[in-house]
Design a protein around this ligand. Structure first.
Ligand SMILES: *Cc1c(COP(=O)(O)O)cnc(C)c1O
Length: 352
């Protein structure tokens, strides 16, 4: 059945082992981030079997899927107040930036007879989640009074909204803040988490600031690349996931539409370059399942022309292969397409 994503568990395990080893040599523990594949159990288990110390996800539904895995579980997204009961039940740790939510987590933890572990997020400029650095002291002063929770770490997230690249300066600042708070409030810190796959380049170059002892990897494990500059990392596979979609129409047609051009299916006014008559293949997959800008045909002579909800149009004019209707075309995916295809219920997931 197509479309389908084929997942090579062996390659995922090799990627995980490679990064876990590199981190270990540098005194860094790894959180395996599972949100990009909706925490499919077998993939999360492959990460755990290959040495990640924590499984981390943004969504509590995903942590529930892996509740039977014997590993520490972390909720990455700042919890919603409406989900604190599930957070305390299914996550051992959560990343936080709001005092009122921490109070609710504390009350729930007391109710469940638990201590909920908390990593405080600091915003070092990317402007997504986190306590502003000048507010951390007053925040911690209040947070240490809350019963039922324990502050066990500090963390930062970069290169997500603002595109800010991790470096010695911002990560150094995180370490400094964490150490100051540890001394001032007698905290027992287990985690100083220096970011996601965009921090990998610092580790590879031996520049990760001393004191950072944890990283949270999704894309690096799954697609084999660091995300500060988008470089593929030697030693990592980039083809853990392969998407296959089936050709439903194959015809010679012009490269420029006929008629007055209005809007496309997504409200954008399209632009077309006239390349004459081309051989165009339509594959049965669309924006509900992928993002055409992050879909990379493995046959290098194919170009993705565009996509509507359920159709993706390819220029196969230059291909050396003689495709027919009913054939399948294979793609690598970048982050956007991987996220969508793994989330789409229309795309089958086949684990090899
Ligand atoms: C998604 C996410 C990650 C993992 O990001 P990658 O770029 O895939 O490594 C890490 N931390 C947080 C807070 C996240 O939301």
């Amino acid at each position: 059945m197509y479309p389908r994503v084929e997942i090579d568990l062996k390659k995922l395990k090799e990627n995980t082992s490679f990064l876990v080893k590199l981190c270990k040599e540098n005194g860094v523990s790894v959180m395996g981030v599972t949100k990009c594949f909706c925490a499919l159990y077998d993939l999360a288990k492959a990460m755990v079997d290959s040495g990640v110390e924590y499984i981390a996800d943004s969504r509590i539904e995903n942590l529930i899927k892996v509740k039977d895995l014997n590993v520490k579980k972390v909720l990455l997204r700042i919890p919603m107040q409406s989900e604190v009961e599930q957070v305390v039940t299914y996550a051992d740790y959560s990343q936080n930036s709001e005092l009122e939510t921490l109070k609710l987590l504390g009350l729930e933890a007391i109710k469940q007879g638990k201590i909920h572990k908390v990593i405080l997020m600091v915003d070092l400029g990317d402007l997504r989640e986190g306590i502003w650095p000048t507010d951390v002291d007053s925040f911690v002063k209040e947070a240490v009074k809350i019963e039922g929770i324990k502050i066990v770490g500090f963390g930062v997230n970069l290169t997500c909204y603002g595109g800010v690249i991790p470096d010695e300066e911002n990560l150094g600042k995180l370490v400094e803040i964490a150490k100051n708070m540890q001394d001032k409030y007698n905290l027992e810190l287990e985690i100083i988490s220096g970011g996601n796959s965009s921090s990998l380049y610092l580790l590879l170059q031996g520049r990760l600031p001393k004191g950072i002892n944890n990283l949270r990897f999704g894309e690096a494990l799954l697609l084999g690349r660091e995300t500060a500059f988008g470089n593929f990392v030697e030693g990592l596979h980039r083809d853990v996931f392969t998407l296959k979609a089936e050709i439903i129409e194959l015809k010679d047609k012009p490269s420029v539409p006929i008629g007055n051009i209005g809007m496309d299916a997504f409200g954008q006014k399209p632009y077309f370059e006239d390349k004459g008559i081309m051989k165009r293949a339509i594959v049965a997959i669309g924006r509900q399942d992928i993002d055409p800008n992050t879909l990379i045909p493995i046959d290098k002579d194919i170009t993705v022309l565009g996509a509507s909800s359920d159709h993706t149009i390819l220029d196969v004019t230059q291909s050396k292969r003689n495709y027919k209707v009913g054939d399948t075309i294979e793609f690598f995916m970048e982050y956007g397409s991987l996220l969508k295809s793994m989330t789409s219920e229309y795309v089958k997931k086949v684990i090899k």
